[in-house]
Design a binder for this molecule. Structure first.
Ligand SMILES: [Ca+2]
Length: 248
């Protein structure tokens, strides 16, 4: 449910066509980097080229290629269910417990056949205090990140979560009008806490509405990177209490 004081969130359901466009852009960038074998090809062995210029040009090509890789660094993607701790009514749903939890969504549509959910009727509204998942992860580079989540919203009263990055100001994530299908949603760039230093970080996703499902979380510095479908994820450490909610 949209409130006037809340921030709106950009949405993207990307098609294969978008992916192809992104791939062509990436390919075009790579084409601008000189090929190592092309720039180091000498006119003839034993010439001044081979003894002086070749090592210099080879070194320059190596720097250009290294820089290209740094700019196009891979995003960090992890599973929503890899939370350090999950507190009800936010729950983990998989093929084992989904019938017991009352969800009618096939978990196979989610990465790892597992996702986090605030089940309809158990969240907020109706008002149920608490409920969250928390994460710790590490970033290799400092910068202002793009934060994406792969989500499934039930309806206009079940299309958002509250997020907190590194203990900062809580912000609303979601509010887009794409329902009952998995899709990627991006946090607005105006969130100041998206500017992060390299090193350990914390993220908390809080229950704000029910009918909400979250599959994957992705962070990237590349504004041209648009996640599509299930992304390759990296494992995060999980606490033992998350696997044993009763503490037994
Ligand atoms: Ca998942």
């Amino acid at each position: 449910m949209l409130h006037s004081h809340e921030l709106t969130i950009g949405t993207a359901i990307m098609t294969r066509t978008h992916r192809k466009i992104a791939a062509r852009r990436n390919s075009a960038r790579e084409d601008r980097v000189p090929r190592l074998d092309a720039v180091t090809r000498s006119p003839r062995a034993g010439s001044a080229w081979s003894t002086l210029a070749r090592p210099i040009v080879t070194g320059l090509a190596a720097v250009l290629i290294s820089t290209s890789h740094a700019v196009g660094a891979h995003p960090l993607c992890f599973e929503a269910e890899d939370a350090l701790a999950t507190v009800e009514p936010m729950i983990e749903v998989n093929s084992t417990n989904s019938p017991l939890k009352g969800t009618h969504l096939d978990p196979k549509g989610a990465s790892g056949s597992t996702f986090l959910e605030v089940p309809q009727g158990e969240g907020n509204p109706p008002k149920v205090p608490g409920g969250q998942s928390s994460y710790t992860f590490s970033l290799d580079e400092s910068g202002t990140y793009y934060l994406w989540c792969r989500v499934w919203w039930l309806d206009e009263c079940g299309n958002s979560s509250t997020m907190v990055l590194n203990g900062g100001h809580p912000f609303t994530f979601g509010q887009d009008a794409v329902y009952k299908t998995w899709h990627w949603v991006k946090a607005p760039r105006r969130i100041k806490d998206l500017k992060m230093d390299a090193g350990p970080q914390t993220l908390i996703i809080q229950n704000r509405e029910d009918g909400v499902r979250i599959d994957q979380i992705l962070l990237t510095l590349d504004k041209r990177y648009v996640p599509v479908g299930v992304e390759k994820s990296r494992a995060l450490p999980r606490s033992s209490q998350n696997d044993k909610p009763d503490g037994k």
